[in-house]
Design a protein around this ligand. Sequence first.
Ligand SMILES: [Zn+2]
Ligand SMILES: [Zn+2]
Length: 240
Amino acid sequence: MRTTSLLFDDRVLIDMGTGVGDLSLGAMEAIDTVFLTHSHLDHIVALPLMLDSVGPRRNKPLQVCALKETIETLQAHIFNGSVWPDFTAIPTAETPFLRFEPIVPGQSIAVDNKNFQAIVVNHTVPAVGYLVGSDQGSFAFTGDTAQNKEEFWDVINDCHDLKHLVIETSFVDADAEVALVSRHLNPATFVEEMAKYRNSARVWLTHMMPGFEEEITSQIRQHNSALDFSILKRGDRINI
Ligand SMILES: [Zn+2]
Ligand SMILES: [Zn+2]
């Protein structure tokens, strides 16, 4: 089982789920910047572990960009000296292993030749997706989300060089109630979201409940057989 983590150009991660475990120690050491979508464990679990492994091998802090609320949660519940050391002050406060960078929705942060813009999404805790822009085109990732208002879809639809949209669909329709309270999508609500999608970029599905990938896919096809989408799998590479 692997959870959410997307690697960009070997230098930047969006989210740090167990997918980070597929990287070698050297590959983890090369990562300088992380953008987090939200504080849930399946998106952050590898952060404390990776810092412990590569912190001593690096000569500068890992920069972790996230909403203020996400940072506060991580500081209070993970890097609190009880669950894990406070790596924002280790080995010293001047040159720590970890440095948090609060971001606000709509803000863009440039890393190398890419621009990472946070977009608010609808989840049980404060959460964002990211629009990643580059000279070659753009890439969008929803992170965990339920159905979103037009403001979200306007950003996606107005992105004229968008090449890929990665969107979650976590549950089967039989678990629509669970999806509703945990603010995730299921095939019926995903298809409703796609009715708001007016971009021609390729759509990828992610964050499916393990073992239910085929059922989720076939339920989407039953709702709308004309929808074109792909399933994002462990280790897939996407060229922007
Ligand atoms: Zn979540
Ligand atoms: Zn999640």
